[in-house]
Structures are given as structure tokens and as C-alpha cells.
Write a protein that binds this ligand. Structure first.
Ligand SMILES: [Zn+2]
Length: 506
């Protein structure tokens, strides 16, 4: 069948275009003056180039984009976030759920937000109240032992570990590298033993900037290892610390006891001690004496601190900006997550100082008990379940305080394109990338699951897990310049979400 004959027009057009392509590049078709193409407007071309450069206006007016620039620049200069972080960490200290320091932090942050003129409420949450006790371990028998000696093992209890008997427990050690080895153990092999899960933290992955992936690969052993060991008859479980440093620091964190199996003592050993235990156990029997004396009290009353910067046009529409106020107890909770709280406080502080009142409500939240089960976030979802639809967006900063390279977003793919002008504002601080992510923060995950677009700064995670949940999570680990960059991302993003002409796509 001859298609060209049946419909000759396409063939003629093709021949014409081929002939045109064969002409020298300087050739121009003669134009009838009446049909001359309009002269391109220089302004139109610049608008198109604007879009290419990520500075298109999108959902914002030039005045709003200008306000974002002012927020960014103010965040880079203003010492407020650093000052607040220093108070939370140095003055108040570790803020374990249910502790007097956590309560002090709640009252302090509430007062600070109130002093800015925000509408502050404390929303109750029942939180775990676990208190660390003594935590020691020593080898009492191992191959090559000098007579009459013991050898110290550096470890720390996992929350909410149960205690050993006060005088400690003594048992033989069994080491497995990973889940497959554990599942391949002969029946009864772990019975009466102290079981060590020696799954390492992948430092090379973290060095590539994929700290979250390195953490995710190892943390599951901390979460389920103790109950798995109990199910196999172990008397206690040790896990290799989930962290990347080399200074013999144990990293604590939450374990999730499973219903239906006994709760057994659970601790994380320093990476160096895990290596030593594995080496000695490969040579012959190793016997360990372990003493952990933590206490678990009834759940305590605590609070999420909520501070609303009320919207001028749609006060009922909410953009959350947040971090979690509780921390582990070994360090002072600077990178996890005093920094996230401080940069979120800075958002309201800058709105106050610059006299900015976005059309939607910017809701600061300092979440309680993220570390021990996200009880604050759970209470929020329950208390606000009838208002989830009016949550326009949620931001959480909980991956430290190192240099941000952009914004993670969870939601429709269109959100990325929508945010491009915002990325254009953040370009000068190197935070222009927009990355789709399935989750953005533990405390806002309930909102994410309900379809609320959610966001987090993309933070450099190369060294975060060296300090995370260890005694070295202290104020000095936070670089003031990087902290301000994170504050800039939070402030610009929160303002953009709260003041856009149309809400973020959902
Ligand atoms: Zn955290």
C-alpha cells in the first residue's frame, strides 16, 4: 500500500523539510511583510532562561521571593539558632524522655516561643520513663588469658533494656555475623549464652555520603536482635554499635522488645570490642560477666511543644516546621536532635524579626520521645486526626547539622518542579538539589503516610553516625556556619510553603 499516494501531504512536507535542510545555514525564507514573525521579546527569552536557572517565579510573587532571600540571608548571620542549641545542650543537657531535663527543655522552648509572640500550647503525650544504671562487662575466661586477670568490654545499655541481676550474670559468648548465621544456628546453640550480633556499620557507604543507608543496614539488629536472641534462648544480647567512629565509643539506641518472648538485657558494644570478642570466640570458649542496672518506671506525662505563627489568610492551614526535643542520655543531644529544634525555633524567630506573616499558619513543633518510640508524634496524630486535611505540609530536621545540599520531598512528583524557584533561592548556599524520598522524618511520618507533602533538609551524613547516640553527641560537633545553612533551608522552605499563592501539590 502506498501511504504517500493515499495522503500525499505528509510526503510533500517531508520533501520540503529535506530541501530546506540542504540549504546553506545563512539561507532565509523570503517573508511576506504582512506575515512576518513577531520579533522575539527579550523579556520573554529572559523569563525562559529564568526557569532554566531555577529562578522562575512559580507559585510566588517577586516580593515573596525577595522575602525568601531576606530570610536566607538573615539565617546565615543570626546567632539565634546556635545560642538556643548551646542552651539546650550545655545548660539543660541530655533530654531523655520522662527525665527532669526533658521537662525543663519543654518549659524553656515554650517560653522562648512565647516571647516571640507565637501562640504556644503544650500537648500531652505519655512517654517511656527509662533510666540508665550501671553498665559494665568484663571477660572472665578466654583463650590465652593471663591467670587471674579480667578484660574490660566497653558497652552501653540499649533503651529500654531490662536489668541483669544486681550482681550481674555470667555466661558463655556466642557470636554471629548476621541474620543468616543466626538462623543457621543448630537448635539450642544460643541457649544460656550471651549472643553478640556483629553486623558492622558500613563506613565506606557513610563516607560516600550515604550515612542513612549505612545506618539502615545495621540498625535492624539493634531493633530486633534482643528479642530474636531471647526467642533462641539467650540470656542477654549484645549488638555491635551502629555507628562509624574509631574511638571505642558505644552507641545506644532503642531496641524493640517483641511481645511473647522474655525481655532479656540488651547492650551495644563498641565496634573495637565487637572485633575483640569475635576474634577471641573464634579461638575457643569466652565467658563474660555482664552487669546492667537500668530501671523502667511507669510511663510519664510529657509534652510536644507547639507554637503557632498564625496565618493571615488561612490560619486553619498548617505548615509544620519541627525537630525532636528528646535525646539519648550519653551525650547532650546536639546533633540528635537539638540542632533540629534550634533551626526550627529560628524559623519563627526570623519571621518575627523580619515582620513576616505568611498567609498560612507556620506551626513549630518540638516533638517528644522520638528516640523511644515517637510517642509525641503518635499523640499528635491522635489529637489532630480530624484536621489532617488542613495540614498543608510538614518539615522535620533530624539528620544532624552538617552542610545541607538541598531538600528531600515526599509526595507527588509535581512537588519537585513546584519547588524549583525555592531551590533557586537556596542555590547560593549550595542547597539547591531537590530529591524525592519515601520518608522525610520519623515524627512527621504519620502525616506523610496520610498524604501530607513532607520535607527535610538533605544533610551531609558522612560523619553524623560517628557521634549519633554516643557520648560524643555534644555541642562542639555542630559547625555554626552549617547550622545556619540548615536554618536558612528551614526558614525559606517554611515561608515558601506557608505563603504560596496555591498550596503545594498534593
Ligand atoms: Zn533524631
Amino acid at each position: 500500500m502506498d501511504l504517500a499516494r493515499k495522503n500525499p501531504k505528509p510526503l510533500i512536507r517531508t520533501l520540503f523539510l529535506l530541501a530546506l535542510a540542504a540549504l546553506p545555514p545563512t539561507f532565509q525564507l523570503p517573508r511576506c511583510p504582512a506575515q512576518a514573525a513577531p520579533t522575539p521579546q527579550p523579556q520573554g527569552i529572559l523569563d525562559r532562561l529564568d526557569a532554566m536557572m531555577g529562578i522562575g517565579k512559580g507559585a510566588w510573587t517577586p516580593e515573596q521571593l525577595d522575602a525568601m532571600e531576606r530570610l536566607r540571608d538573615a539565617a546565615m548571620k543570626d546567632p539565634y539558632a546556635l545560642t538556643e542549641l548551646r542552651h539546650l545542650t550545655d545548660n539543660i543537657g541530655p533530654r531523655l524522655s520522662g527525665s527532669p531535663q526533658a521537662q525543663q527543655a519543654v518549659e524553656y522552648v515554650a517560653a522562648e516561643m512565647r516571647s516571640l509572640g507565637a501562640k504556644v500550647t503544650l500537648e500531652k503525650a505519655m512517654v517511656p520513663h527509662w533510666v540508665r544504671g550501671a553498665e559494665t562487662a568484663e571477660l572472665i575466661r578466654w583463650p590465652g588469658q593471663a591467670p587471674g586477670t579480667t578484660q574490660k568490654i566497653v558497652l552501653t545499655a540499649l533503651g529500654p533494656s531490662v536489668a541483669t541481676p544486681a550482681e550481674g550474670l555470667t555466661a558463655e559468648l556466642l557470636v554471629v555475623d548476621d541474620w543468616r548465621q543466626f538462623r543457621a544456628l543448630p537448635p539450642g546453640a544460643a541457649k544460656g549464652k550471651v549472643l553478640l550480633f556483629d553486623r558492622g556499620f558500613d563506613k565506606e557507604l557513610a563516607a560516600e555520603g550515604r550515612g542513612g543507608a549505612a545506618y539502615g543496614g545495621a540498625v535492624v539488629y539493634r531493633s530486633i536482635g534482643p528479642s530474636a536472641g531471647a526467642a533462641a534462648g539467650a540470656v542477654a544480647v549484645l549488638v555491635r554499635s551502629v555507628g562509624g567512629a574509631d574511638y571505642r565509643l558505644p552507641h545506644t539506641g532503642q531496641t524493640d522488645y517483641t511481645d511473647g518472648v522474655p525481655k532479656i538485657p540488651a547492650a551495644a558494644v563498641a565496634a573495637e570490642d565487637a572485633d575483640l570478642l569475635k576474634n577471641l570466640a573464634s579461638q575457643g570458649p569466652v565467658t563474660l560477666h555482664l552487669t546492667l542496672t537500668p530501671q523502667t518506671f511507669p510511663n510519664a506525662v510529657s509534652y510536644n511543644v507547639i507554637a503557632d505563627w498564625t496565618g493571615t489568610e488561612h490560619p486553619e492551614q498548617i505548615v509544620i516546621v519541627s525537630g525532636h526535643l528528646d535525646s539519648w542520655d550519653l551525650g547532650t543531644g546536639a546533633i540528635d536532635d537539638g540542632a533540629g529544634v534550634a533551626v526550627s525555633m529560628q524559623v519563627l524567630h526570623l519571621l518575627h524579626d523580619l515582620g513576616l506573616h505568611p498567609r498560612r499558619t507556620v506551626r513549630f513543633i518540638a516533638w517528644m520521645s522520638e528516640e523511644e518510640g515517637s510517642e509525641g508524634a503518635t499523640a499528635y496524630m491522635e489529637d489532630h486526626k480530624s484536621e489532617i486535611d488542613s495540614h498543608v505540609a510538614a518539615i522535620e530536621c533530624d539528620l544532624g547539622a552538617d552542610h545541607p545540599t538541598g531538600i528531600y520531598y515526599s509526595g507527588k512528583p509535581a512537588v519537585g518542579n513546584w519547588l524549583r524557584p525555592v531551590a533557586g533561592i537556596l542555590d547560593t548556599i549550595g542547597a539547591q538539589s531537590l530529591i524525592a524520598a519515601p520518608e522525610t522524618g520519623a515524627d512527621i511520618d504519620g502525616l506523610t503516610q496520610k498524604g501530607v507533602p513532607s520535607f527535610a533538609p538533605v544533610q551531609d551524613s558522612r560523619t553524623y553516625f560517628n557521634y549519633h547516640h554516643s557520648a560524643a553527641d555534644t555541642f562542639d560537633k555542630v559547625d555554626p556556619h552549617h547550622l545556619n545553612e540548615n536554618a536558612a533551608v528551614m526558614a525559606v522552605l517554611a515561608y515558601a510553603l506557608a505563603d504560596s499563592t496555591e498550596p503545594v501539590p498534593r
